[in-house]
Design a protein around this ligand. Structure first.
Ligand code: ADP
Ligand code: MG
Length: 731
């Protein structure tokens, strides 16, 4: 056997697990060692500075320069002791992942040439002006005023990667518009925190702050690095554009939760050690449903920090994978025919007094609070279901959503039988008499008398995109490669606006003389009715649901570029401006970026696909066809025409099939190129993206169909691309 494919397959088989240096101390001894966290602050900063920085973090007040200087000095000392020589403002532009530009600490000590010292001032900590004019900004910055600022986010601790001190920052334009994910996320979190606090005060005036919590579950694939390198489509687009399903894939479900393969185990171990150093509390690791698919999840934390940690761990995973001879695929759908990868966002709200606002309580007061938040969230999700979908939709995630493995491209909420039953009782109770929830005790609702609600997360519905799981909602439609911030901005903003509306409605009832509990009860009752269409406990994969959802008025749009319009409807503009999260200008600009990104993704895939067909698939198919033609000719020489016709009947059929597939491929690729040319001439980003979706993308399936047929026909020994069985089963 010859050729790159067989070489890399052979090498992959021989690879042994890479040894991992196991720290001798327990995890707790080095957890967060590379993070400038509480412990480090108290060691390297004065008590007074720590107090001030905590105040700033809590209140969100602007940073005073002298404090910044003191923090910078402490941080510098800590970082240098750990071997850092550089620092960077670490920010989250509107691309996948993070961006950083490293500067060394050194400055001339005196006149140029007279030796250097390490310098790091409060000014450098607080603000930078990276020349970042080529990050996507949707027209918010013309190049002549291309200044963008990064500014320190003191609520997320700095950390050291390799030799560089990384400072989490927001990235904003000269005129103050957000150019990143972090700035609007912080605004959304602030909005939900304030709105939820006000509602909490109906029940408990001791609460001083409400937090938004996020626990993400990162799914991913690992592929041997050599095999990856031999697949130009994986290399360039992160997914396979071609490839016939292997005879076996996930149908036996023998990979899910099975023993973790050794090389993978070593990789996971090292990722976790690294994660612990950065204070990321990794908790679970396991195989996922598809072969070579895995998952990693930490313990949940405050949303802003959890988002940063997810971005950090994605880059850690990429780095460590290479050390272990793997490439990690974060793409939502790297392989057709097996499950794609998501990133479930487990989300909840909780108070500084330790109460989970989505945790059913122990007494009637707590339970009225629980139901209040539950119902408001349902309202928020109902009113903004199109927006929530838009917040997770990308060219990549579109392959996953709506396929029979992941949440459908329709947002609905699952509550389970008990909770649904409770809401039904409340809905049907008459306000005057309250409701009887417990036959024996004859408990009456109306004055907050909801008895203990049971945590029952046994009846889970894996097909729901937004499911209640005992003490949190699990937003499952988020894609594996996404920045969680996008979903978290939409969700937290929607809930913030809803809670504000709730508060003002209840307050006006109270002002009109209705008792507080009664007022809350009346509004909740109304909300339960109104938001009913969002509740769906059935099979989200079924066609009946699609029809039913349309009848209920839920957003059923499936075209990615059109879905983004949900950001700029009058309702969404009001939502984001009233909460201070986005201006209308920002919303419009960010949609431009989304359309542009969509176009580019499909454009690149189309190019790679076309190249693969023209320069790999067709030549190989033709080569094999020539071999067959030769053999057919030789049959004639040996047996004479009549007998050869009979003996070579199958061969001739195969020759014909190859010709048919090759010519179908040539036609489809040519037509795809033509459609691209037409699409490229369109000025409007939105219309261009729509053209790519409507008239370029549809060729992918046709092309793949014929190429995959050829893969089955052509001699395995000359097929150049590693096959699915090799990509998915070698580890
Ligand atoms: P699953 O059964 O869905 O795999 P896990 O129990 O592994 O769920 O938890 C998934 C994630 O949900 C973890 O990150 C976990 O810390 C997080 N989580 C648990 N409780 C909450 C909560 N109240 N709020 C937010 N996230 C939570
Ligand atoms: Mg889960």
């Amino acid at each position: 056997m010859t050729g790159l494919r067989f070489q890399v397959v052979g090498e992959a088989f021989k690879k042994e697990p890479v040894a991992v240096d196991v720290p001798s101390e327990p995890t707790s001894a080095y957890f967060g060692k590379y993070v400038f966290g509480k412990e480090q602050m108290s060691q390297y900063l004065s008590k007074d500075t720590v107090k001030k920085i905590n105040e700033i973090t809590k209140s969100g007040k602007p940073l005073d320069r002298s404090i910044a200087d003191q923090v910078a000095a402490g941080m510098k000392q800590w970082a240098i002791e750990l071997g850092a020589t550089h620092y960077t403002h670490w920010f989250q532009p509107l691309t996948e992942g993070t961006a950083e530009k490293h500067d060394s600490f050194i400055e001339y000590a005196g006149a140029p040439g007279e030796g250097v010292i390490e310098e790091f001032s409060g000014k450098l900590l607080a603000q930078q002006e990276p020349d970042a004019s080529s990050f996507p900004n949707g027209g918010l910055r013309n190049t002549f005023e291309a200044r963008g600022y990064s500014a320190w986010d003191p609520s997320s601790p700095a950390f050291i990667v390799d030799d560089t001190l990384c400072i989490p920052t927001v990235f904003i334009s000269y005129t103050g518009e957000s150019l990143d994910y972090k700035a609007p996320l912080l605004k959304a979190l602030d909005a939900v925190s304030k709105a939820a606090l006000e509602v909490c005060h109906y029940f408990d005036t001791n609460v001083k702050k409400v937090y938004s919590y996020l626990g993400w579950e990162q799914e991913y694939f690992l592929v041997d690095e050599g095999l990856y390198a031999a697949r130009p489509d994986l290399l360039m687009t992160g997914r396979t554009l071609l490839g016939h399903e292997s005879a076996k894939n996930q149908q036996l479900e023998d990979h899910y939760f099975g023993a973790i393969p050794e090389r993978v185990q070593a990789f996971m171990k090292e990722v976790e050690f690294e994660a612990y150093k950065y204070g990321i509390p990794c908790k679970t690791r396991h195989n996922e449903v598809a072969p070579n698919q895995f998952e990693l999840a930490p313990i949940f934390g405050e949303t802003n920090l959890a988002v940063d940690q997810n971005l950090l761990i994605m880059s850690i995973m990429k780095r460590i994978a290479r050390k272990h001879g793997f490439r990690v695929l974060m793409h939502e759908k790297p392989f057709a025919g097996v499950n794609g990868s998501g990133k479930h966002n487990n989300w909840s709200l909780g108070t500084d007094t330790g109460v989970g606002l989505l945790t059913p309580g122990k007494n009637p007061e707590e339970n009225l609070q629980f139901v209040t938040f539950m119902v408001n969230i349902l309202m928020a999700v109902y009113k903004n279901n199109a927006l929530l979908k838009a917040s997770v939709m990308t060219a990549q995630n579109a392959h996953r959503l709506g396929a029979n493995e992941a949440p459908p491209a329709i947002i609905s909420a699952f509550l389970g039988t008990q909770l649904s039953g409770l809401l039904e009782k409340i809905e049907n109770a008459s306000c005057e008499e309250g409701i009887i929830l417990d036959e024996k005790k004859k408990m009456q609702l109306g004055i907050g008398n909801i008895p203990e609600v049971f945590v029952d997360n046994t009846d889970r519905n894996r097909t729901s995109p937004f499911a209640f799981t005992g003490n949190r909602f699990e937003f499952r439609a988020v894609g594996s490669s996404a920045n969680c911030a996008s979903a978290m901005i939409a969700l937290n903003t929607a809930v913030a606006a809803q809670l504000k509306e709730f508060k003002s409605t209840v307050d006006s009832k109270i002002a009109a003389g209705v008792a507080k509990e009664q007022a809350i009860f009346e509004v909740i009752k109304e909300y339960i009715k109104v938001s009913k269409p969002i509740r769906f406990d059935g099979n989200g994969y079924s066609d009946e649901w699609k029809a039913e959802a349309a009848k209920r008025g839920l957003d059923c749009e499936t075209s990615v570029p059109v879905i983004y319009d949900a950001y700029t409807t009058p309702e969404s503009v009001k939502l984001f401006t009233s909460t201070g999260v986005f201006t209308e200008k920002e919303l419009i600009a960010r949609n431009e970026v989304k359309w542009d990104t969509y176009t580019k993704k499909i454009q690149i895939e189309a190019r790679v696909l076309g190249d693969l067909i023209i320069s790999s698939v067709i030549p190989v198919a033709t080569r094999y066809q020539n071999l067959l033609l030769d053999s057919a000719n030789k049959l004639v020489t040996v047996f004479g025409k009549d007998k050869a016709d009979k003996l070579g009947e199958q061969t001739l059929k195969t020759i014909e099939h190859i010709s048919e597939h090759v010519s179908a491929l040539q036609n489809a690729v040519e037509a795809m190129v033509e459609s691209r040319k037409i699409a490229n001439k369109i000025e409007s980003e939105k219309e261009k993206a729509i053209a790519y979706h409507d008239s370029v993308l549809p060729y992918f399936d046709t092309i793949r169909y014929h190429a995959d047929k050829l893969e089955l026909i052509v001699d395995d020994e000359i097929w150049p691309l590693p096959k699915y069985r090799e990509l998915l089963f070698i580890r």
